[in-house]
Ligand binder design. Sequence first.
Ligand SMILES: Nc1ncnc2c1ncn2[C@@H]1O[C@H](COP(=O)(O)OP(=O)(O)OP(=O)(O)O)[C@@H](O)[C@H]1O
Length: 219
Amino acid sequence: MKFHKPSKIQAISLPMIMTPPYKDLIAQAHNGSGKTTCFVLGMLSRVDPKLQRPQALCICPTRELSIQNMEVLLKMGKYTGISSECAVPIESGNNDRSRSRPPISAQVVIGTPGTIKRLMSQKKLGVADMKVLVFDEADHMLAKLMIFALCYDLGDFSTFAFPLPFLVLQLPVKWQYHIDDETVLNRILQLVKWYYHINDESVLNRSRAFEELMVDALW
Ligand SMILES: Nc1ncnc2c1ncn2[C@@H]1O[C@H](COP(=O)(O)OP(=O)(O)OP(=O)(O)O)[C@@H](O)[C@H]1O
């Protein structure tokens, strides 16, 4: 692929992704700076090729982004033998077909929250062997989670219910513990504030909804 040296974001984050003890990481950089390449390499490097089960999961806010990331994964993983599957809504709209499919054995799964939630509910996507979880464009997904949190405060569950709390709930216990970490929660909160240019603390503190929902969703 004619890469001669890592970009700045790659040079900083790849060693963190690939060297144990593994840590949670939030990476933010400009478009085209090499983030996708970075987390794709990270996922490929952490998969055990001998274990034919889902081990890395990348959740993207849209179908288009999932397909685009899958193309990068196929290109970078071409000679690795690592299997992958794109879990996005199918075009015919008959998504219930997934009930009759066999469980996913692909080692890397990239997809959208709703489809991943459905596959997990139907026990078609196991998370017991997951080693890496990537939220691509996490700010977009957190925005939806925040809307959910604010609606939760207003007592309106049905209109904006978003699968993210469900997904987080299903994760292996160690991840739940990580996200419950005060520092990580604060970082996420900072990211949302930065993204929405929120200077007024009361917007988020009005109900403590965001933080409470995160904690509620986890325990
Ligand atoms: N270290 C590198 N050296 C040369 N080219 C690179 C390097 N890393 C990534 N690229 C190339 O740069 C382009 C952008 O990379 P990538 O898609 O990973 O960036 P991104 O930050 O995820 O961008 P976007 O936010 O627009 O999706 C791709 O064509 C990729 O192949």
